[in-house]
Design a protein around this ligand. Structure first.
Ligand code: ADP
Ligand code: ADP
Length: 224
């Protein structure tokens, strides 16, 4: 079964229809790139997927849980890296992760080992006790990724995750995401940069609230 299912999702702001019946799925272990210019509806879609508001119509399911009816279960299966940095700069890497773990109801004893595991994995264990403020932009993004993974989500949402990063940091972040994909996590990677879709298994192009085309990166590039 798909990890993420969007079926005829609609959302308007007054008379402005931001999403006009958007449907697509993301399978376990699939990396889907969501491409679209500004105004396409990507942020609106992310806001629906992170429970900030409900769709006006259609259905969103995460690991089978309906976002409208069982949002706590649905949101528990999602990890998010937001476009804006949402770490506390004056707290340590560990403290930022601990806060998130507590929000997800993970006991401190359990989160201590999870925090170490995830920092080891992304190569940030040496920075565990450093204040986030002292880290480079690339490492801050990695901390955000670590945080998004702490509660072991089935679906990872990345919203313009590489904005402001140098090419080497972008590559490292992308490699981390590809490794997660290979472990079975469903990835939804939203970007306005066409070249970021090259590594994806499938690309969905959103335009003015509708799916314009979808297919392999090669197919989509041929159509645009
Ligand atoms: P993207 O993230 O792809 O740039 P958005 O989801 O931000 O697209 O925007 C989709 C459409 O919805 C645009 O026409 C935008 O102006 C409109 N929109 C987005 N957020 C709001 C809002 N809070 N109020 C009114 N209109 C909005
Ligand atoms: P989930 O799949 O995450 O459990 P659902 O909202 O699909 O979320 O289902 C939650 C429970 O509510 C299920 O037992 C389902 O059968 C029931 N349910 C879902 N939609 C309705 C509905 N419109 N009226 C009554 N019960 C519903």
């Amino acid at each position: 079964a798909p990890m993420l299912q969007l079926h005829q999702v609609r959302k308007s702001y007054g008379a402005n229809e931001a999403l006009k019946g958007v449907s697509f799925d993301v399978a376990p272990g699939e990396f889907l790139a969501l491409l679209g210019p500004n105004g396409a509806g990507k942020s609106t879609l992310f806001q629906l997927l992170t429970g900030l508001f409900n769709a006006d119509g259609g259905e969103v399911r995460v690991d089978g849980h309906n976002m409208q009816h069982t949002p706590v279960q649905a949101l528990g299966r999602i990890g998010v890296v937001f476009q804006q940095m949402t770490l506390d700069l004056d707290l340590s890497v560990e403290a930022n992760l601990r806060f998130h773990a507590r929000l997800h109801g993970i006991a401190d004893r359990e989160s201590t080992s999870r925090i170490e595991d995830v920092l080891q994995r992304i190569g940030l264990i040496a920075q565990q006790h450093a204040k986030v403020r002292t880290l480079s932009g690339g490492n801050r993004r990695k901390v955000e990724l670590a945080r998004a993974l702490l509660h072991r989500p089935a679906v990872l949402l990345m919203d313009e995750a590489t904005v402001g990063l140098d090419p080497a940091s972008r590559r490292q972040l992308l490699d981390e995401v590809l490794a997660l994909r290979d472990q079975g996590v469903a990835i939804l990677w939203a970007s306005h940069l066409v070249d970021e879709a090259e590594a994806a298994d499938r690309v969905v192009v959103l335009h003015r609230g509708k799916v314009l085309t979808s297919g392999s990166p090669a197919e989509v590039v041929a159509h645009t």
